[in-house]
Design a protein around this ligand. Structure first.
Ligand code: ZN
Length: 185
């Protein structure tokens, strides 16, 4: 078990959708241990494999002393209820922004041994599960903000002392590519 360096905003691995886990082997269990150790060392509520540079669909969580992990998660929402509150990310250290999430979630997946697991969560647990599953799709919580909030967040990120100006963030839709497929005209 080892604490690993966490990839920061701007690292392309955070924008790359992760692959489903196929082999539930010792290597996967080492990954879960590394995620758990790193998350706890940083006092994080959750950590997803891409944040350690590993493109697999795995995350760990530590919410209200409930420590766990989930492999190949699939989310279901039992109702329409929403929550709004501050959210942060170990890949965007020191910055928190109010983020809308669903209040209740059912997450289905597997343990590192391949056993089926279901997490029924609300509030903070539901927020964490949604945040970490987003990581597996290359989505960061600032993407979930409204346009004004996202602008404010991007400004704060660019001003953060950890932010590497030499590695510009991957922009999902470049304003310079208004006709990205070269069609029409
Ligand atoms: Zn995060």
């Amino acid at each position: 078990m080892t604490v690993q360096p966490i990839r920061l905003f701007g690292d392309p691995v955070l924008r790359t959708p992760a692959d489903p886990v196929v082999d539930f082997d010792a290597e996967l269990r080492k990954l879960v241990a590394d995620l758990t150790d790193t998350m706890r060392e940083q006092s994080g509520a959750g950590l997803a494999a891409p944040q350690l540079g590993v493109g697999l669909r795995v995350f760990t969580f530590d919410i209200d002393d409930v420590l766990g992990h989930l492999v190949n998660p699939v989310l279901e929402f039992p109702d329409e209820e929403e929550q709004d509150g501050p959210e942060g990310c170990l890949s965007i250290p020191g910055l928190y922004f109010d983020t809308k999430r669903r209040q209740n979630v059912i997450a289905k997946g597997f343990s590192a041994f391949g056993d089926p697991v279901q997490i029924v969560g609300s509030g903070l647990m539901a927020r964490c599960v949604q945040h970490e599953t987003d990581h597996l799709d290359g989505v960061l919580f600032v993407d979930r903000l409204d346009p004004e909030g996202r602008k404010e967040a991007m400004k704060a990120i660019r001003q953060a002392e950890w932010y590497d100006q030499a590695a510009p963030p991957v922009v999902k839709l470049s304003p310079h590519l208004s006709n990205p497929f070269g069609l029409g005209r």
